[in-house]
Design a protein around this ligand. Structure first.
Ligand code: PSU
Ligand code: MN
Length: 307
């Protein structure tokens, strides 16, 4: 068995290749948020803006995707455009990953599969909007995102704005505790709820600056404790949404998903689209603002991870 075999499946863009040679900080980004999480053209604008924010803050962006079966670490502009516009892109979780590569198909990476790509490329930090988690009613549906398991079993830090309350935030935190994933709050004691700065749940530890976050991660890995770390970053105050409004939109979306018998991998994209419709695009604006905010923090932390 040749464990270097995986290398033939990977393709780095020039910017990432150079950053690796120079041991510069690199920040991974997912592509499901582009292909299935936001409409065009906001998806491409946001993807480009996040990459630029990462550069401005001293790191190099590496958006991941599978294109024609190649695991891309860093996309060209044309590839980003392709991920934002093509209807021929499969939402790729762990179970889909090898099939899509072997059949030379196109896949957008979720948090779970971005972690897989990041591990293959040796990246340490990854920025996104929201983490998948334990869905409401999971005790009946068994719907628990692969994101959690993948985060628990790989040495990676994820920067996100918490998870949406389309999920059961309390159960998601319980799951992470069982799996040994520390949940940090960036300058907050409360787990952020994506559109709002606070949920009813506390994080494990409040982190005050980027260096502290990086030191906690490096210590965990130096100790051989292996798994991932979640750094939650609340949406900026000025962009956060009215809790009642967003709760109502989520209730409506969940009800409709139930009536239409939506399940499996369709659930999350369906709920995201319905929430967007119910808030007349306000949730999209909030989503864009929080991802940008996470990109900045991710780049700041990355600098200390690569020292
Ligand atoms: N939450 C969001 N926006 C997203 C997603 C989640 O607010 O775009 C995407 C991410 O790619 C995440 C995936 O990894 O949905 C989780 O899907 P599932 O619940 O099917 O595991
Ligand atoms: Mn699911």
């Amino acid at each position: 068995m040749n464990f270097d075999n995986y290398k033939k499946y990977l393709e780095f863009n020039d910017e990432v290749k150079k950053a690796m040679e120079e041991n510069k900080p690199i920040v991974a980004l997912e592509s499901t948020i582009i292909s299935h999480g936001m409409p065009y053209p906001q998806n491409i604008e946001t993807a480009k803006a996040c990459e630029e924010i990462i550069r401005q803050n001293g790191a190099v962006p590496a958006t991941t995707a599978i294109i024609n079966g190649k695991i891309k670490i860093g996309l060209t502009e044309e590839e980003l455009e392709f991920m934002a516009t093509s209807k021929d892109i499969i939402k790729t979780s762990r179970r889909d990953f090898a099939y899509i590569v072997s059949k030379k198909l196109n896949g957008a990476t979720t948090v779970a599969s971005t972690i897989i790509a990041a591990r293959l490329a040796g990246l340490k930090i990854f920025v996104t909007g929201g983490l998948g988690g334990v869905h409401r009613n999971a005790e009946v549906t068994f719907d628990i995102s692969r994101d959690l398991e993948e985060l628990a079993s790989n040495e990676i830090m994820i920067v996100c704005a918490g998870c949406k309350s389309i999920l059961d935030i309390g159960l998601t935190l319980e799951y992470l505790e069982t799996k040994g994933v520390p949940v940090f709050g960036y300058q907050t004691e409360y787990m952020p709820a994506f559109f709002t700065r606070k949920s009813d749940f506390k994080v494990d530890y409040k982190i005050n600056d980027p260096k502290e976050a990086a030191e906690a991660a490096l210590t965990q890995w130096n100790l051989g404790l292996k798994g991932g770390i979640l750094l939650t970053n609340p949406i900026p105050e000025k962009d956060s949404m009215d809790k009642e409004k967003i709760d109502k939109a989520i209730e409506l979306a969940l009800k409709e998903a139930d009536e239409k018998n939506i399940h499996g991998k369709e659930t999350t994209p369906f709920l995201l689209t319905k929430v967007l419709e119910a808030t007349e695009g306000k949730s999209l604006e909030a989503n864009i603002a929080l991802v940008k905010n996470n990109a900045k923090l991710g780049a700041e932390v990355a600098k200390y991870l690569y020292e």
